[in-house]
Ligand binder design. Sequence first.
Ligand code: NAG
Ligand code: NAG
Ligand code: NAG
Ligand code: NAG
Length: 447
Amino acid sequence: MHLLKSFLPSTLLSAAVSATLQVVPGGTWTATNTGHHVQAHGGGVLKVGDTYYWVGEDKTNGSAFQNINCYSSTNLVEWKYEGALLSQTSSGDLGPNRVVERPKVIYNKSTKQYVLWMHIDSSNYGDAKVGVATGSSVCGKYNYKGSFRPLNFESRDMGLFVDDDEKGYLLTEDRKNGLRINLLSDDYLTVKSSTYLWKDSIEAPALLKKNGVYFMFGSKLTGWDPNDNVYSTATKLSGPWSAWKGFADSGSKTYKSQTNFVLPFGDSAIYMGDRWVSSNLMRSTYVWLPLSISGTTASMKNAVNWIPNISAGSTSSGPTENSYEGETAQLSGGAKSIACSSCSGKNAAGYIGGSNAGAVYFANVSGSVAARTTIRIKYMNGDKSERFADVSVNGGSAQRVAFLPGSGGEPDSSVLNVDLKAGENTVRVGMQEGWGPDVDRLMVPIS
Ligand SMILES: *[C@@H]1O[C@H](CO)[C@@H](O)[C@H](O)[C@H]1NC(C)=O
Ligand SMILES: *[C@@H]1O[C@H](CO)[C@@H](O)[C@H](O)[C@H]1NC(C)=O
Ligand SMILES: *[C@@H]1O[C@H](CO)[C@@H](O)[C@H](O)[C@H]1NC(C)=O
Ligand SMILES: *[C@@H]1O[C@H](CO)[C@@H](O)[C@H](O)[C@H]1NC(C)=O
């Protein structure tokens, strides 16, 4: 892996390095330092300097509050776990069997505080409050300050927005009355007044401003199940706001996701949604896609993969891929071809791991350029918890990759980011502890 660095001048390397790192919506995204799928559901992303921080809910053990986690990345693809902003306490708002959802962080330059807002609730969603906490570093420990009903109204799904004039706003779903925008106090710690109320039933709010136009995104109320999410536009936060309309393909249910955040990115923005799996919340995935914004119109197409260009603030469509079948690769240590009706070629490489340390070895994986590249392993996992494999490229040190439980019959994708050489590469997928996934095939970018 380190050979690459010594051969390339550093300028060339930095250009090549991010060339084909891709976002793969709906895949298993293994954090670089935990070996587990990223647990940051219902979250939000903020950029501090050159680093993106992703704050969201830990659903490792189901719906009740465990942690509000923080991950960091400089490329929006490789995420490192930094720690928890808040963790379960023995009692109170953050105690056992509590609901803490949709955490969002904004920064106040004058007080030099990161301010975290979140939905605080009882397990039957009867409390319907917001909670506030502050921290002096973005991914450090936060000090929980308490909860309340904003302007005495119920509040469930929520978001935050900071305008160009640095005024802060709480976006809050008030089930009895509708969706609200409330002005925050200057220190961002309390709610000052009501700015706008939609009488429509919309939750999961996220607000974006582009070229003087405000876009409010949200979903209809269908519980954990997805629906065709909608948006409304205005030139003032106090309205008038347009009628709600769809932005993803009609009937696609927003590509099976629910809005959680919209990240401004260059001339446009990135939609960040959750694909909730209510029966096993830890295996919920992230559907991130480029939004097209033009005037007062927002639209979004689905993609298997796409490329964020961080320095240019642009996105491009993902590469086409070569595929390599697991069952026809070199199988060792007990691994063998097994029948798999929904897999490509109707077979997969099974018995990876186990007491014989089964492994599958792809001897000739073609790399089109020397670059750090996102590849996908299409796999099956019939368990209710993650499986794992250690993947080694060109004989280098192995990286632990997680494989979420199957989403229902079809092979799923787990993504990993590796340094490929131009020409022939080898990829070994093995496991020493327990069973790995059944490997349907390896998907490797062509350019
Ligand atoms: C990002 O975009 C810039 C400007 O268009 C381009 O020069 C650069 O090569 C791109 N980087 C990658 C990694 O594609
Ligand atoms: C999940 O539950 C297990 C078993 O009780 C515990 O060891 C682990 O710390 C929990 N994880 C989280 C994130 O709460
Ligand atoms: C931060 O808080 C102070 C009040 O302490 C306020 O004056 C200021 O405008 C706030 N916002 C920002 C972006 O600094
Ligand atoms: C690897 O694949 C390439 C392209 O298919 C082929 O030209 C080459 O001979 C193969 N090398 C080996 C060692 O199989």
